[in-house]
Design a protein around this ligand. Sequence first.
Ligand SMILES: [Zn+2]
Length: 386
Amino acid sequence: MEETRELFNEDAYLKEFDARVLSCETDKKGYALILDQTAFYPEGGGQPYDQGRLNDVFVKEVHRKDGQIIHYTDTPLETGSIVHGVIDFERRFDLMQQHSGEHVFSGLVHKYFGYDNIGFHLGEEEVVLDFSGPLDPKQVKFLEEKTNEAFQKNTAVKVFYPSREELDVLDYRSKKELSGKIRIVSIEDCDTCACCGTHVRQIGEVALAKVLSLNNKRGNARIAVLFGKRAVNYVMKVMEEADQISVALSKNPTQIYDGVKHLQEEYFNKCQQLNLLYTNYFEKKYEEAENCDLYVTFEEGCSMDTLRHFADRMSDKAKVTAGLLKKSENEYQYVILSKSVNVREKAKAFNEALGGKGGGDVTMVQGFVHAGKEAIEETLRTLFQS
Ligand SMILES: [Zn+2]
């Protein structure tokens, strides 16, 4: 069996090529095509496969099997014919940026903290990395800065195949025990790692790293990060949001946190003022109320907590207290409270009569009803006023 010549290993920037179709067989994924040579990268080392076209046929997946590379399509191509291949280089270059960026970041984690990369998922949205030890936010910030510094230094990404003797003395990262010809990818001052993926020529082509999140689980750190154009797009999106906030706050984008803090304080003060107003308002209502069988009050604007608190206080004067908080013209949130009447017993009839939902215990029921003021009041009087 002839091994496929892997053109992506000779030149990671090769976008087009010609090849001979060695076989084209049907398979559960469609047509499985084997060529004598290819620039399509098959899935491997954490890097997803390339997509693109062979003549005008879409290549949807590419995998490696027994030294051969299989291209999956929905249309057959004639065995023996020469085909022209074009890879989707925008997709590939993005994957190269993510993969080379990952090497720098993981290499620096190893260099500064001694942890191994134990997981690498290059997803559609973000790159997720797992490390064999915990990291704190300050350390991650440091790593992000060092990664970006490495991009600015723009050193060459070297790919080579050392001999056994050279490998014995080479200090390199590797995720598994390797056999056969070992391919090493090396970035000066950052990383030396065994890898089969495609990489940028100069590390500056990655341009930017932006860490999105850090999670420490069972002693391991999980980091979500973006590189290259993905990181640039993310920063631009965040800046757009920051610009809008800065206009709303009339603050410079670098001062929006101060602006938001100020708004929070103002909001907190207003809430306190409002609470005081409601406390006085309900106190007055309590003082004016007389002893009765049923006390009903319709309110608007206050919190349910405040209304519940008032209803509770009113149970000194009324056998049953119903507090109704307006949500919209025909929707009220309710609380019905009593120290002497079993309110749970009547809650079902109350809900049924008014298209409501809710429940509670014998002393207090809460819920929502969909009805107007008069219907609610009438139902309450029928149920609770003897
Ligand atoms: Zn790699």
